[in-house]
Design a protein around this ligand. Structure first.
Ligand SMILES: *[C@@H]1O[C@H](CO)[C@@H](O)[C@H](O)[C@H]1NC(C)=O
Ligand SMILES: *[C@@H]1O[C@H](CO)[C@@H](O)[C@H](O)[C@H]1NC(C)=O
Ligand SMILES: *[C@@H]1O[C@H](CO)[C@@H](O)[C@H](O)[C@H]1NC(C)=O
Ligand SMILES: *[C@@H]1O[C@H](CO)[C@@H](O)[C@H](O)[C@H]1NC(C)=O
Ligand SMILES: *[C@@H]1O[C@H](CO)[C@@H](O)[C@H](O)[C@H]1NC(C)=O
Ligand SMILES: *[C@@H]1O[C@H](CO)[C@@H](O)[C@H](O)[C@H]1NC(C)=O
Ligand SMILES: *[C@@H]1O[C@H](CO)[C@@H](O)[C@H](O)[C@H]1NC(C)=O
Ligand SMILES: *[C@@H]1O[C@H](CO)[C@@H](O)[C@H](O)[C@H]1NC(C)=O
Ligand SMILES: *[C@@H]1O[C@H](CO)[C@@H](O)[C@H](O)[C@H]1NC(C)=O
Length: 293
C-alpha cells in the first residue's frame, strides 16, 4: 500500500503545472451524434457543437449516426481515425457495365479533403470475360484487372483471383471512380454474364460470393450495394514547409507535421511522449498534446 501511494501524485503534479483546463480540453476535443457512439475528433465536428468543425470536415448527424456530406449525398460514417488520417464510410463506390441498369454516376471526391485510401482498399471487379479499367479523366488508363469464368465449378466463394472476381491496387491520390468495361472473347470461358461491376472496397472486409453473380446478372433490378470504403483525409495547405509559414498552420503545440501518404496536404501528430489531439489548441492557449509518463 505504502509503495503505491506516491505514484498517483506524480501525474497530478504534472497536470497542475501543465493546465488546470486539462480535463475540460480533452473532453471537448471530440463531438458526437446522439444516435451513435462513434467519436468525431477535431478537425471533424458537428455544427452547433464545440469545437466547431474545420472547413471541409463538417459532419452531419443522421438517424443512424454521423454522416459525411459528399457532393449532394450524405454518406454513413463507420469510424474516424484521428492519428492515421482515415475515415471509413459505408458507400456504393461502384460502377456497372453499360446496359446494366447501373451506370451509376461515378463516385467523386473532387472538391473534398478526401482521397480513396490506396493502402486500405482494393479496386474489385466482378464479372465474366471482361477487363475493368480505371480511367483518370476520360481516357488515361490508371489501373484495372481482368476476370474470366470457365465453368461454374471454377467459381469459388471467398476467392478473388481472376475467376469471376479480380482485384487491383487503388492508385495513390485517387479522387474519382471512372470505369470502363471491355468484353473479351475467350474460348475457354463458356460461362457468361450479362453484367459486370467494379467497386472500391475496404480490402479486409470484402469476400466474394458466387451468389452475387445471379444478382448481378439481373442488375436492372438489383439495388446498389453499400460496402465499407476507407477514405484518407489531410489538411489541404501544401507541404509541411509551406504550411508551417502560414497563419492557418494546423499543427499545434507539442506536435509535428508530416506529409500524408496520398501525396495531398499534410497531417499532424503529437511529439513523442505526448498524447492527445495535435490539431487543437486548448482553452486559454494550453496545448492539447499532453505529456504522458
Ligand atoms: C458502441 O455501441 C455498441 C452497441 O451499443 C457497442 O457494441 C460498441 O462497442 C460501442 N463502441 C464504442 C467505440 O464504444
Ligand atoms: C447537386 O444537385 C444540384 C441540383 O439538383 C445539381 O444541379 C448538381 O449538379 C448536383 N451536384 C452534384 C455534384 O451532383
Ligand atoms: C473501422 O471500421 C471498419 C469497418 O467496419 C473496421 O474494419 C475497422 O476495424 C474499424 N476501425 C476502428 C479503428 O474501429
Ligand atoms: C490523374 O490525372 C491528374 C492530372 O492529369 C494527375 O495529376 C494525377 O496524378 C492522375 N492520378 C492518377 C491516379 O493517375
Ligand atoms: C470503353 O469501352 C468501350 C467498349 O466497351 C470502348 O468502345 C470505349 O472506347 C472505351 N472508352 C474508353 C474511354 O476507353
Ligand atoms: C466474340 O465471339 C462471337 C461469336 O464467336 C463473335 O460473333 C464476336 O464477333 C466476337 N467478338 C469479338 C470482340 O471478337
Ligand atoms: C445470366 O442470364 C442469362 C440470360 O438471362 C442466362 O442465360 C445465364 O445463365 C445467366 N447466368 C447466370 C450466372 O445466372
Ligand atoms: C516550422 O519549421 C521550423 C523548422 O523545421 C521549426 O523550427 C518551427 O518551429 C516550425 N514552426 C511551427 C509554427 O511549427
Ligand atoms: C504518432 O505518434 C505516435 C507516438 O509518438 C506514434 O506511435 C505513431 O506511430 C505516430 N503516428 C503516425 C501516423 O506517425
Amino acid at each position: 500500500m505504502a509503495e503505491l501511494l506516491p505514484f498517483p501524485l506524480v501525474p497530478w503534479l504534472l497536470l497542475t503545472c501543465f493546465s488546470p483546463f486539462f480535463v475540460h480540453s480533452m473532453e471537448s476535443s471530440t463531438s458526437s451524434c446522439s444516435s451513435s457512439n462513434i467519436s468525431i475528433p477535431y478537425p471533424f465536428g458537428v455544427y452547433g457543437q464545440s469545437p466547431s468543425p474545420a472547413e471541409g470536415f463538417e459532419i452531419t448527424c443522421g438517424s443512424s449516426g454521423p454522416m459525411l456530406p459528399i457532393g449532394n449525398n450524405s454518406i454513413s460514417i463507420l469510424n474516424i481515425s484521428l492519428l492515421d488520417g482515415y475515415v471509413t464510410i459505408l458507400a456504393s463506390a461502384a460502377s456497372r457495365s453499360r446496359h446494366c441498369g447501373g451506370d451509376f454516376a461515378s463516385f467523386s471526391l473532387e472538391g473534398t479533403s478526401f482521397t480513396f485510401s490506396d493502402t486500405r482498399n482494393k479496386l474489385t471487379a466482378v464479372g465474366c470475360n471482361m477487363v475493368a479499367m480505371l480511367l483518370n479523366g476520360t481516357s488515361d488508363y490508371s489501373g484495372g484487372c481482368a476476370s474470366f469464368c470457365s465453368t461454374s465449378n471454377s467459381i469459388v466463394d471467398g476467392a478473388c483471383s481472376g475467376v469471376a472476381c479480380c482485384q487491383a491496387p487503388v492508385p495513390k491520390g485517387l479522387k474519382k471512380l471512372s470505369l470502363n468495361f471491355t468484353n473479351i472473347n475467350a474460348s475457354l470461358s463458356k460461362y457468361t454474364l450479362a453484367c459486370a461491376e467494379a467497386f472500391i472496397v475496404e480490402q479486409n472486409s470484402y469476400a466474394f460470393a458466387a451468389a452475387y453473380l445471379k444478382v448481378l446478372n439481373n442488375s436492372n433490378n438489383s439495388p446498389p450495394q453499400y460496402r465499407p470504403v476507407v477514405l484518407e483525409w489531410s489538411i489541404d495547405g501544401g507541404s509541411c514547409e509551406e504550411a508551417n509559414r502560414s497563419a492557418s498552420y494546423a499543427c499545434k503545440e507539442n506536435s509535428y507535421c508530416y506529409s500524408s501518404s496520398n501525396g495531398i496536404g499534410y497531417r499532424c501528430n503529437c511529439t513523442e511522449g505526448f498524447l492527445g489531439n495535435p490539431y487543437l489548441q486548448g482553452p486559454g492557449g494550453f496545448q492539447v498534446c499532453v505529456f504522458q509518463l
